[in-house]
Design a protein around this ligand. Structure first.
Ligand code: CTP
Ligand code: MG
Length: 394
């Protein structure tokens, strides 16, 4: 795919105007270089452009003295002018020969989706006209004279336009050459040269960052998106294990030896805490349970330690594309008294699991098999994070 993309002729260019000072934003850096959730406003605009379905020539127009700061691999950087219109003109001078369609984009519209660039470019190709993304005007618009309202404008015939605005290259460069006055956007300049402009549906995310309030809104939207991605990549799991007491065996619980305590019966060493954690981890990764992975009667697991099962489980979980975020386990039993060794057990389990493990314990108030002293039970939960957050492998 990538070699196809590299060899296909590039006919679309995007000019990203980033040479303004951003006086209304009031940041110490030019607006396009101001930080937005860990990257610059310009970098975020370029991320969207690099996400277009087809390759484009990308020209960044930066303020004098800011060329190095605005330079990003895969782009051409040129110096802008005193007005936006002069900045666009500087960008047009850097177009490659094969370019047939030019999109002009405000760097300040940092959250514009990639799909809007593709849609505008496609509409220019099919209509042969200028194309602007537009949103309906939702507020009622008044005409005023000072503080005096003089009328209400019929909003049904109004739209608010955004960028990227797209144009056939030859007509746009001619229109720029012929321009004698300053226009508020490229479509106005293009129309003044006698060319047709049509609209496509704009996107609320293509809003222009103008004031500090706009920047805060963009930050909040990015935070929401990253937390949604994060939670989409996390999984919880649950596991319970029960063993009967067998006083002829030593007690192993939570990876620790408990001298003087009766042991737990089982094919392995009966470490119910480790086994409950194994099942919670496998459950979170949707990998089945201990029985389906290790076989409860398999001779190779005779007397196997809790750590051996945990190590094998963790290998499966990591192989499936998950990291462990944390584990919680609770022991339900009349004995042993866990509290005096709780911190030690947590440390031992954290060493094995490589993530926070919290241990708690309770009796069952004399009720049930644990209350009657027939056995011990442990239950655990685990939280995993996908190591490929957008696409968990299972
Ligand atoms: N722009 C430009 N060259 C200029 C003026 C503006 O390239 N001489 C760019 C800005 O960098 C911005 C886009 O045009 O990406 C839209 O302009 P605007 O939002 O008005 O940005 P600024 O002019 O920088 O901000 P302000 O008007 O608040 O000073
Ligand atoms: Mg401005």
């Amino acid at each position: 795919m990538s070699s196809e993309r590299a060899t296909e002729a590039v006919t679309v260019a995007v000019i990203v105007v980033a040479a303004g000072s951003g006086s209304r934003l009031g940041h110490e850096l030019p607006k396009a270089l101001a930080p937005l959730a860990g990257r610059t406003i310009l970098q975020r605009s370029l991320d969207s452009i690099f996400g277009m379905a087809s390759a484009a020539q990308v020209i960044v127009v930066a303020g004098d003295g800011w060329l190095d700061a605005a330079s990003v691999p895969g782009t051409t950087v040129v110096v802008g002018g005193a007005t936006r219109q002069l900045s666009v003109a500087a960008g047009l001078a850097a177009l490659d020969d094969g370019i047939a369609t030019v999109l002009v984009h405000d760097a300040a519209r940092a959250l514009t989706p990639s799909s809007l660039f593709d849609e505008v470019a496609a509409a220019v190709s099919t209509t042969g006209a200028g194309v602007v993304p537009a949103l309906a005007v939702v507020d009622t618009i008044k005409r005023v004279d000072g503080e005096q309202v003089t009328g209400t404008v019929d909003r049904s015939e109004l739209v608010a336009v955004q960028t990227p605005q797209g144009f056939p290259r030859a007509e746009l460069t001619d229109a720029y050459r012929a321009a004698t006055e300053d226009h508020t956007d490229d479509a106005a300049l293009y129309a003044a040269a006698g060319h047709k402009v049509s609209v496509v549906a704009g996107d609320p995310l293509a809003f222009k960052i103008t004031t500090p309030w706009d920047l805060a809104r963009a930050e909040a939207l990015l935070r929401r998106e990253s937390s949604a991605q994060y939670s989409a990549g996390t999984r919880t799991g649950l596991g319970i294990d029960v063993h009967a007491w067998d006083a002829s065996l030593p007690l192993w619980l939570g990876g620790l030896h408990w001298p003087g305590e009766p042991g737990l019966a089982g094919h392995s060493d009966g470490d119910a805490v480790c086994h409950a954690i194994c099942d919670a981890l496998l459950s979170a990764a949707r990998l089945g349970d201990m029985g389906s992975n290790f076989g409860t009667d398999d001779p190779q697991y005779a007397n196997a330690s809790g750590q051996l099962f945990l190590d094998a489980t963790l290998a499966l979980v990591r192989e499936a594309g998950f990291d462990v975020l944390n584990v919680a386990v609770q022991v339900v039993a009349q004995r042993p008294k866990v509290a005096p060794r709780r911190v030690e057990m947590e440390a031992r389990l954290m060493e094995i699991v490589g993530a926070p493990v919290s241990v708690s314990a309770t009796t069952s108030d004399g009720l049930g098999f644990t209350g009657r002293g027939e056995g011990l039970s442990a239950m655990a939960t685990a939280l995993l994070a996908s190591t490929s957050p957008k696409q968990p492998r299972r």
